[in-house]
Design a protein around this ligand. Structure first.
Ligand SMILES: *Cc1c(COP(=O)(O)O)cnc(C)c1O
Length: 385
């Protein structure tokens, strides 16, 4: 069931969420099967083996494609396995120009796993003139953007960069995990491929690991589907079902994340123990105007620098309670992360500090709890610093 005029709030519940045609069950069944019966060799109903296709996963792919205004979607077992498929799609020896402040696991994949196969260059992507020069000299086959970045929340101009990439015949990939399809749609801005870690906002309940790829070009879809089947990182039917369940509230969750994050960011910005706050919704954000132009909201992630160093950070992190100290982000519950020790530890210290990820940098994933309780929790943390 699909209606092009439906708004996001309707699509997220109904596309791929149709009642089961055989029983009328309002909720889709979990097709917990590895294989499917054939009436004659090669004659089947479109499903042969769950590594290739599964009806529960198909529903999720239909829903996600509609949310990103994409023709196609492929759902994978994790965000990083989706990234891996993109790397395997490129001919050996391809050049990849990648943003310099990407998710730690993406950095590890590109700098440790794939350098024998491809050539990578990490560059600052907020300076367009500089990026254009890099594209002309490096001649990449693919430009990899994360916007906003993790953890510095730098915003890159998807429309301008996709146009520059087209001129040098490079594909543009955007990791849209932080905004989710609710706040940003990179394909509409000219990107060729969107990647999500569904583990984060899309599923939103911190109980599944998953990834998704969205694209319009049939050729890209076919190449990536071939690799997904040949390599094998398809998501399990149960996990796809959990994401189908979690995604239904994506629209209201994203609004609630943003509302709370706006208030937490304002609180932090006026706090005497805070050196600096980075949040796309604050006028003080270096790319505030660009963010307003390409994003429909500012999301639930906040980065701030505490006055002090590692010991002050530790005291803060050990004393907040509602903000659970944990890796990951995007769940209904608030989380706090110390990138230098936790999520970004795989990036060498000199590189990390060169980017601005210092020991007093703290990242918040603001959940959808009551805002007064969240602010009080932060008060307790600061009181111990
Ligand atoms: C978590 C994350 C990933 C990796 O996804 P997994 O599901 O953990 O494999 C990629 N990009 C960003 C921005 C992330 O936050």
């Amino acid at each position: 069931m699909k209606n092009e005029k439906w708004k996001f709030e309707t699509k997220v519940i109904h596309v791929g969420g149709e009642p089961d045609p055989t029983t009328g069950a309002i909720m889709p069944p979990i097709y917990q099967t590895s294989t499917y019966v054939q009436s004659s060799p090669g004659e089947h109903k479109g499903y042969e083996y769950t590594r290739s296709h599964n009806p529960t996963r198909t529903r999720l792919e239909e829903c996600l494609a509609s949310l990103e205004n994409a023709q196609h979607c492929l759902v994978t077992a994790s965000g990083l396995s989706a990234s891996t498929l993109i790397m395997h799609m490129l001919p050996k020896g391809s050049r990849i120009l990648c943003g310099d402040d990407v998710y730690g696991g993406t950095y590890r994949l590109f700098s440790k796993v794939f350098p024998d196969i491809h050539q990578f260059k990490f560059v600052e992507t907020t300076n367009l003139a500089n990026l254009e020069k890099e594209m002309e000299s490096f001649k990449p086959a693919l430009v990899w953007l994360e916007t906003p970045t993790n953890p510095l929340l730098k915003i890159s101009d998807i429309q301008a960069i996709s146009a520059l990439a087209k001129k040098v015949k490079a594909l543009t990939v955007v990791d849209n995990t932080f905004m989710s399809p609710f706040f940003q749609n990179p394909l509409d801005l000219g990107a060729d491929l969107v990647i999500h870690s569904m583990t984060k906002f899309i599923n939103g309940h911190s109980d599944v690991v998953g990834g998704a790829l969205m694209m319009n070009a049939q050729e890209l879809r076919d190449k990536l589907f071939y690799l997904q089947n040949a390599i094998g990182p398809a998501q399990s039917p149960f996990d796809s079902w959990l994401v189908l369940r979690g995604i239904k509230t994506l629209a209201i969750r994203m609004k609630a994340h943003e509302q709370n994050a706006m208030k937490v960011a304002a609180y932090l910005e006026s706090h005497p123990k805070v050196e600096r706050v980075i949040y796309p919704g604050l006028k003080s954000h270096p790319q505030y105007e660009l963010g307003k132009k390409q994003m429909k909201g500012s999301g639930g992630m906040i980065t701030f620098f505490l006055k002090g160093g590692i010991s002050e950070s530790r005291r803060f992190l050990e004393n907040v309670k509602l903000f659970a100290l944990a890796e990951s982000l995007g769940g209904v519950e608030s989380l706090v992360d110390h990138p230098a020790i936790m999520t970004h530890a795989s990036i060498p210290k000199e590189v990390r500090e060169g980017l601005g990820i210092f020991d007093n940098l703290i990242r918040l994933s603001v959940g959808i709890e009551d805002i007064d309780d969240l602010l009080q929790d932060l008060d307790i943390g600061f009181a111990k610093v």
